[in-house]
Design a protein. Structure first.
Length: 101
């Protein structure tokens, strides 16, 4: 957030005329998914023109495993990684397994 209240990310996308955003990151089903959903929502509201596509590189993301933690739900790593990708695709992201330049 800039001092004037403007959003640094929105400004960066617009000023660099980003059309495709490639997303990678830790915690596919939480951080990556939240970023993808927020970005797609901003794009759909016309706040991120000229952004056209949000692409998630599946092999560039991962999540954590948490089992047998007292008082917590299990968080199986592989399953939740795929759930995150599935949810991102359902919101409009493109999921890819290979990236080339």
């Amino acid at each position: 957030m800039e001092e004037d209240g403007s959003n640094v990310f929105l400004n960066w996308v617009k000023s660099n005329e980003i059309k495709v955003l490639l997303v990678v990151g830790i915690c596919t089903d939480v951080c990556v998914l939240d970023f993808v959903c927020t970005t797609l929502s901003a794009r759909n509201l016309g706040l991120l023109a000229p952004l056209e596509d949000v692409v998630v590189y599946s092999h560039g993301c991962a999540t954590y495993v948490a089992q047998n933690l007292k008082g917590a739900l299990a968080h199986p790593q592989e399953l939740m990684h795929h759930v995150g990708l599935y949810m991102a695709k359902g919101r409009g992201a493109k999921i890819v397994h290979k990236v080339s330049i």
